[in-house]
Design a protein around this ligand. Structure first.
Ligand SMILES: *Cc1c(COP(=O)(O)O)cnc(C)c1O
Length: 357
């Protein structure tokens, strides 16, 4: 037996999730968001499984470069645009699309001399107040982009702050703001992330920009992707590396954080925060041992966690433990850890072995 922490990446599930998405948004082109190494799944593998999408979205030039090197020839959008003149030059060389979200980026485009003009996605801030030109700046910015020699096609976009929430009027207000400010401008538009695509179909427009749902996961509190027909792409597994019988009153792990309330059988699973398992996972966080749910107890260590095997007395050394994925939604583990599934997926560390199917 060796330390066997594995992230099984199901590329068939990626294709399946794309089909589900196309059924939900049949009129829209798909810009698949695969930033942050494909939400931690491995960007190259995910891009390969998504060969049929209309474009990709990434966060930085190095991610885009990696995709071009892999032979990706559909449009690739830099979701925050360029940070410097040299990135503009590089983007022109790589044939990237760039977001323009602030005046400095517009001015840089007006000053720079490029080998070939760039497709620009002008981002309007409709209420998130992170990136985007204000409604007041919009018309002037748009006109200057049209006049700019370094710009070829223009698209419009915005991003939602609260599309994952139920009974939240802000998303519709953002849609209304977008429509009002951009009325009379007839170019392709993109509003919807995964949450909006699923819950606000009126936001789907020419392009949708799904990320998390392609990985089989939904951002809604108390829900999991299966409710939408999605399949989890990453299943994180390990093994039982020790089993011990502890006595009533003994304490378990760092800080003696868990007191055995009775004599109990305890399993040690070789996974920890050094692999990306969340250190703040609460007592009671579910783990699957041989397909059966057991609960996490004690503190999460760097290389191991404890589980209560009272309900699973037949478990033996080397038995499989699933931390999330098939049979155990990462949404649920995230909720037990005070975080969101995005973070858990992105933070799986390099020592975990990735296996692609
Ligand atoms: C990350 C990102 C998305 C994808 O969001 P999901 O919630 O993962 O669907 C879409 N648009 C922009 C601008 C983003 O930064």
């Amino acid at each position: 037996m060796s330390r066997a922490v594995e992230a099984h990446i199901d590329l068939v599930a990626v294709e399946h999730n794309l089909q589900i998405l196309r059924q939900r948004a049949p009129q829209s082109k798909v810009l698949a968001v695969i930033k942050a190494n494909g939400y931690g799944h491995g960007m190259a593998g995910i891009a390969g499984a998504l060969a049929e999408v209309d474009a990709f979205g990434v966060a930085c030039v190095s991610e885009a470069k990696q995709l071009r090197r892999k032979g990706v020839c559909v449009p690739i959008l830099l979701l925050a645009g360029c940070f410097s003149y040299s990135e503009l030059q590089e983007s022109a060389q790589l044939g990237l699309d760039v977001v323009v979200h602030q005046l400095e980026q517009l001015e840089a485009l007006e000053c720079v001399k490029l080998k070939q003009p760039l497709n620009v996605w002008l981002k309007l801030d409709t209420g998130m107040h992170r990136l985007g030109v204000s409604p007041e700046q919009f018309e002037d910015t748009y006109k200057r982009l049209i006049a700019c020699e370094s710009v070829s096609n223009i698209n419009l976009m915005t991003h939602f702050a609260r599309a994952d929430e139920v009974d939240c009027p802000e998303t519709q207000q953002q849609i209304d703001c977008f429509d009002e400010v951009t009325s009379g401008v007839d170019v392709p538009c993109s509003l919807a992330n995964s949450a909006a695509l699923l819950k606000f179909p009126q936001s789907q427009r020419d392009w949708v920009r799904p990320g998390i749902m392609l990985y089989g996961v939904v951002p809604f509190e108390g829900e999991a992707g299966a409710a939408y027909g999605l399949m989890p792409v990453m299943t994180l597994t390990s093994q039982l590396m020790a089993i011990r019988d502890c006595k009533h009153g003994e304490t378990i792990g760092y800080g003696g954080a868990w007191h055995c309330p009775e004599d109990m059988r305890i399993g040690v699973v070789s996974i920890g925060y050094g692999d990306g398992y969340p250190r703040h996972a609460a007592v009671g966080t579910p783990v699957l041992v041989n397909g059966r749910r057991v609960r996490l107890i004690g503190r999460v260590s760097m290389d191991s966690i404890f589980v209560d095997l009272s309900a699973n007395p037949d478990a033996k050394l080397g038995d499989e433990a699933v931390l999330w994925g098939r049979g155990l939604p990462v949404e649920e583990v995230a909720a037990c850890s005070g975080t969101i599934p995005y973070e858990l997926l992105c933070k799986v560390t390099a020592r975990v072995k990735f296996i692609y199917r």
